[in-house]
Structure formats: structure tokens, C-alpha cells
Design a protein around this ligand. Structure first.
Ligand code: ZN
Ligand code: ZN
Length: 136
């Protein structure tokens, strides 16, 4: 695989605590396969807001490192924020420039705090825990 941004061949998988993404040693960008970004920043979806990739996004000149010949679309991570990310319309993988993952991490804390709590509570209920104390 080669880096979609700088074409470097030094683009290799990086594993940490069960998350694996592809990291470019030259431009320090990161490729996340579908679902990986969400699992890394603990959100429900990779991109939290509804956004139509091919009609609303901007086609870039970067090619998806997984689906050759398919270009990535530039879309906002959150509409109210200036942070733009690049997403593939076929495999739904996401390209992040260096430092973008850090910004997403900061934003994700706020957008999904409620979702995380809800998921935790329903997981506890499924496992038969008495959670009445949480409803006081
Ligand atoms: Zn690169
Ligand atoms: Zn792709």
C-alpha cells in the first residue's frame, strides 16, 4: 500500500490496544479502515453526522489506498467545525492528516458522551445488573 497523500511506500500497519491503522512514516498521516476511527475515539459511527459523501463532499485528487482508482471525498467531521477529513465512497475508509486524529479525539469527547453512557447502561441491563440506583 502507498500513502494517498505523499505516495510514500513507507506506509505500514500500526497496532495499539486492539486498534490497528495504517501509518505513513513520511507525512505522519493515518488511514483508518471502516469502523476503526469510531473504535479509536469511542464514537458510534466513524462520522457522527449524516452527510452524503458523493453529492455533498468535495472530490479530491487523493486515491484510496485500499480501492485503487477510487478518489477520496473531502467532508467535514462535524458540520459546525472546520475540521475536514477524507473518506472513500467505496470502502468508507478514512484518511486523516497528521494532527487530525488528535482534534477528532477532542471533539468526540463532547459529541458522544451521552451515547457512551446509554450504551453502558443498556449493556449492564442486558447482563442483568440492577441499575435502579442510576435512575434516582
Ligand atoms: Zn504520507
Ligand atoms: Zn476505498
Amino acid at each position: 500500500m502507498k500513502c494517498p497523500k505523499c505516495q510514500s511506500q513507507d506506509f505500514n500497519p500500526f497496532k495499539h490496544e486492539g486498534v490497528e491503522f495504517d501509518f505513513c512514516s513520511d507525512c505522519h498521516g493515518i488511514w483508518c479502515d471502516r469502523g476503526e476511527l469510531a473504535s479509536y475515539v469511542e464514537t458510534i459511527k466513524d462520522t457522527p453526522e449524516k452527510f452524503h459523501l458523493t453529492s455533498e463532499g468535495t472530490l479530491t485528487e487523493m486515491e484510496c489506498p485500499k480501492c485503487e482508482k477510487n478518489s477520496l471525498y473531502e467532508i467535514p467531521y462535524l458540520k459546525a467545525q472546520s475540521l475536514l477529513i477524507d473518506k472513500c465512497s467505496e470502502c468508507f475508509g478514512i484518511w486523516l492528516d497528521s494532527k487530525e486524529l488528535g482534534r477528532i479525539q477532542q471533539l468526540a469527547v463532547n459529541i458522544d458522551a451521552k451515547g457512551k453512557l446509554e450504551r453502558t447502561i443498556s449493556d449492564m441491563q442486558n447482563k442483568g445488573f440492577n441499575i435502579s440506583i442510576l435512575k434516582k
